[in-house]
Design a binder for this molecule. Structure first.
Ligand SMILES: *[C@@H]1O[C@H](CO)[C@@H](O)[C@H](O)[C@H]1NC(C)=O
Ligand SMILES: *[C@@H]1O[C@H](CO)[C@@H](O)[C@H](O)[C@H]1NC(C)=O
Ligand SMILES: *[C@@H]1O[C@H](CO)[C@@H](O)[C@H](O)[C@H]1NC(C)=O
Ligand SMILES: *[C@@H]1O[C@H](CO)[C@@H](O)[C@H](O)[C@H]1NC(C)=O
Ligand SMILES: *[C@@H]1O[C@H](CO)[C@@H](O)[C@H](O)[C@H]1NC(C)=O
Ligand SMILES: *[C@@H]1O[C@H](CO)[C@@H](O)[C@H](O)[C@H]1NC(C)=O
Length: 539
């Protein structure tokens, strides 16, 4: 008996070591079954996801290590799955939002979790070598992954400040930018314009990061300047937001033109606002920020923004065809991208908003289920044949519950599943759909998941990006809404947020159908045919 116990024990140790050290193959999805994902094997699957997606967080792939800023993404060789030209030498604050979100989760784990529960921290496993100056100034933590988190945070905020010094006219807000070792530069098409939506996404990542760094004793002691730098940058945005984005008629601008990007912000430096940020989707992140932090001419002016947003906050019925209707919030395309705000802010704390969110995601699963689609839909790079580029597909989603019509449902993307990870009483729902797309041909590579695949299994988009990959990683780890909830509460701001969201969603959704219907799970019978081969470098 004793001998057997011992050998079992040794076997156990060996298998543990193998799992921890080798992480097996990048093509790990087919070694799990859908049934295992739904019933139990989810944690080891998620650990694999974090390890391989973590390879995207490496120099000249998803990040420029020198300046700590994101790159939008990188192309892959269609056959091998290895990196191929071009690196996307540009980025936007939306990518920073995801990056800051992951960094905030890592900071939060450092103070609240035992080492064996580290997930976000272990995403940052690609080492960053500290400069001599950094070695002298930043203490080592004893965990090299966490040291990577801290190093990148220092470099990132220095780059933000340098950008603001170089182009003060942006008021600290970032346009789409060109990125290289010397930091951020102007990008064609965005040399004198600044977008509101992407900055709103970034801001809530900044909020989580600076609050963690300035309230946790261990961070204050070990990295005394870091939190202050982030807080000051946040304050810069607070100081300039109204001047740049507010329209006294009661709207927030979507994009604003800057007369002189080298001039210190003054009101007459901003003109020709184009578009309104009055959507009830991710554009709302800037609106909430301005509502909570900025100086308003009056309470009426502050509320007028929300009143003017009502037009696009609409209730619509999704028809299941067999089991009645589900009341949802009308989408623009009903692309999952539109749910970004649920990664960032505690909307689900407001009961009516949570019920509407859940119904929307319920409908998303019914739509794919009844149409036998092997995946979910979100705006993404289009599929193509090798050596071609068919652009970006914004218009994908669910036509019948969207403002826009004629949407394509020919291609799916893993990040179509990200909102489902935020449905907390369905722990396997998001992963089961994610898995269904990952087992598609060439949908895994050395850097984790691939951008998109068509449902007939003949073509992919050979590219890896923050949007299509790391939104879902952030979501698998719960997003940062809980962190921001904690700080909104301690900063006395949650009440206002809750009041506004409750008022607006209650008004638009007096009645919800379909709440008793189940969420639909993918089935083994509906899969992406393996017409295309897997990447030779990941099969
Ligand atoms: C992909 O890599 C293979 C093998 O190195 C090479 O022969 C092929 O030209 C590459 N294809 C593209 C589209 O770059
Ligand atoms: C990163 O550095 C740590 C500490 O030096 C080392 O243990 C680890 O193996 C390195 N990781 C990689 C991927 O090289
Ligand atoms: C980065 O790009 C800017 C603007 O194009 C250029 O002036 C600078 O030399 C570049 N830096 C590096 C290290 O390539
Ligand atoms: C849909 O309705 C049918 C007929 O009432 C019922 O048998 C079935 O269980 C329902 N499906 C779901 C998923 O609730
Ligand atoms: C995406 O690319 C395919 C060809 O690979 C093309 O048929 C389709 O029209 C493109 N879709 C959009 C929306 O551009
Ligand atoms: C994995 O699935 C089980 C069973 O559904 C569930 O209890 C558990 O919370 C899930 N774990 C994760 C990390 O999703």
């Amino acid at each position: 008996m004793i001998t057997m116990k011992n050998s079992l024990f040794i076997l156990f140790i060996i298998s543990t070591i193998i799992v921890v050290n080798s992480q097996g193959t990048c093509r790990f999805a087919p070694s799990f079954t859908l049934q295992e994902i739904i019933s139990s094997s989810n944690q080891s699957f998620i650990d694999n996801v974090l390890f391989w997606e973590g390879n995207f967080h490496s120099n000249q792939v998803g990040v420029n290590y020198k300046c700590g800023y994101t790159y939008d993404g990188h192309a892959l060789n269609y056959t091998t799955g290895e990196l191929a030209q071009p690196l996307h030498e540009f980025s936007a604050p939306s990518k920073e939002s995801i990056h800051l979100g992951m960094l905030a989760l890592a900071l939060n784990e450092w103070v609240n979790e035992e080492a064996e529960n580290y997930r976000a921290i272990n995403f940052f496993h690609q080492n960053i070598t500290r400069t001599n100056e950094e070695q002298n100034e930043i203490p080592y933590s004893g965990n090299s992954n966490f040291d990577n988190v801290i190093t990148i945070l220092y470099r990132k905020i220095n780059t933000y400040n340098q950008f603001n010094q170089r182009y003060p006219g942006f008021g600290g807000f970032h346009p789409w930018v060109s990125v290289n070792d010397s930091g951020l530069f102007l990008l064609d098409g965005w040399t004198d314009q600044v977008p509101g939506l992407d900055n709103g996404e970034m801001i809530w990542g900044l909020y989580a990061v600076y609050n963690l760094l300035t309230t946790e004793q261990t961070f204050i002691e070990n990295y005394p300047t870091l939190g202050i730098l982030y807080e000051k940058y946040f304050q810069l945005l607070v100081d300039n937001a109204m001047m740049i984005f507010y329209q006294p008629s009661g709207y927030i601008s979507a994009v604003v033109t800057i007369n002189d990007v080298y001039a210190t912000p003054t009101p007459n430096n901003y003109q020709s606002p184009s578009g309104l940020l009055n959507d009830p989707y991710e554009g709302e992140l800037l609106v909430v920020f301005m509502d909570l932090f900025c100086q308003w001419p009056s309470e009426e002016a502050r509320d007028q923004i929300w009143i003017n947003k009502r037009e696009l906050l609409q209730s619509v019925e999704f028809d299941t065809t067999t089991n009645g209707t589900i009341t949802v919030q009308r989408g623009w395309w009903f692309s999952s991208h539109e749910q970004w705000k649920y990664l960032m802010l505690p909307y689900q704390e407001i009961e009516i908003n949570q019920r509407v969110f859940r119904n929307g995601e319920r409908a998303r699963t019914w739509f794919s289920s009844i149409n036998q689609y092997p995946g979910l839909f979100a705006s993404v790079t289009n599929i193509s044949e090798p050596n071609q580029n068919n652009g970006y597909v914004s218009a994908t989603g669910i036509s019948e519950i969207a403002f826009q019509q004629q949407l394509t449902n020919a291609l799916v993307t893993p990040y179509g599943s990200f909102p489902l990870f935020l449905i907390d009483d369905q722990p396997s729902l998001g992963l089961s759909w994610y898995y269904t797309m990952l087992i598609g041909p060439s949908m895994q590579n050395q850097f984790g998941s691939t951008e998109s695949v068509n449902i007939i299994g003949t073509e992919i988009a050979p590219v890896i990006t923050w949007d299509s990959k790391i939104t879902t990683v952030l979501s698998m780890l719960g997003g940062i809404s809980n962190i921001n909830l904690q700080f909104l509460k301690s900063n006395g701001l949650f009440e206002r947020f809750s009041t506004v969201i409750d008022r607006e969603w209650s008004l638009a959704f007096p009645n919800l159908n379909g709440e008793n219907l189940p969420f639909m799970y993918p089935t083994q019978d509906v899969t992406i045919p393996k017409i295309l081969n897997d990447f030779t470098n990941c099969s």
